[in-house]
Design a protein around this ligand. Structure first.
Ligand code: F6R
Length: 261
């Protein structure tokens, strides 16, 4: 696992946007797996700036969704499909025809989950998967004790996650759905490169468990330790509980093991 400590969220966003730009220059039709929530916004802003300045061309890029609320109509402003259209697709000039995501309103949720896993594989797999992390260590919406081999499926959100996400629903927790469809941990691990961004003190415990704890389902993000190319980008707040922080700073500066994010 590569751990990169950056001064702040903006620099993390720029570093990751540059990695995405490099991937798109190499592979213009790359399938980019995207996350929602607050953390990745600096990535999307930095990538949009690159598109606008002509530094990268996203006209052939494809976008895959990580997770979705169950039961929110697609046009609801907080459905992740709507959020991604607003924050990623429109700014990057990518059409909905290049977008894939699970159907959170399907009558047969299990079939929709299986169909999404099959669609991801049929599209050649995700080239670079962006991830945030929950305060409880979730990736996607694989809450603690999710199987590390799980496939895309329905999950129940923890109370903590619903409290954390109430800010997107005018602070009203009763509006936060209880269920989600999420790519499974096994599904996520199939992406060619995993890039997790974590910012702020509130993520420090989850980051320490992810990077320095054992691989354990109680901290789903610790599954990144099993991936051959996983990069964890953290600001000083999120890095504040890492015992090996100085070592990570040293290895990044000297780049002897740097695989290029
Ligand atoms: C959302 C997702 C979640 C978030 C996590 C952190 O698509 O996959 O795992 O990344 O809940 O959310 P923020 O970034 O809002 O703190």
């Amino acid at each position: 696992m590569e751990v990169v400590i950056v001064p702040d969220a903006k620099s993390g966003g720029e570093l990751i946007a540059e990695a995405m730009a490099q991937l798109l220059r190499r592979k213009p039709e790359a399938l980019l797996g995207v996350a929602t929530g607050s953390t990745p916004l600096p990535i999307y802003q930095a990538l949009t700036a690159k598109v606008r300045s002509g530094a990268v061309d996203t006209s052939r890029a494809r976008i895959a969704q990580l997770d979705e609320y169950v039961g929110l109509p697609a046009e609801h402003p907080e459905s992740y499909r709507s959020v991604l259209r607003r924050e990623v697709l429109e700014p990057l000039g990518i059409g909905m025809d290049a977008f894939m995501g699970p159907d959170g309103t399907a009558e047969d949720v299990q079939a929709a989950c299986e169909a999404y896993d099959a669609a991801l594989a049929g599209a050649g797999g995700v080239d670079l998967q962006l991830l945030g992390i929950g305060t409880d260590g979730h990736i996607g919406f694989n809450e603690p004790c999710s199987s590390l081999a799980s496939r895309t499926r329905i999950k129940t959100l923890t109370e903590q996650t619903r409290v954390d996400n109430a800010r997107f629903f005018d602070g009203d927790i009763s509006q936060v759905p209880h269920h989600v469809i999420t790519q499974g941990i096994g599904t996520i691990l199939e992406a060619r490169h995993l890039v997790l961004l974590a910012t702020g003190l509130g993520k420090a415990d989850a980051v320490a468990a992810t990077v320095e704890g054992p691989v354990a389902a109680v901290c789903p993000a610790s599954a990144l330790q099993l991936h051959p190319h996983a990069t964890v980008v953290v600001d000083e707040g999120a890095a504040s509980k890492l015992k090996l922080a100085d070592y990570f700073r040293h290895t990044y500066v000297n780049k002897p093991e740097w695989q290029g994010i």
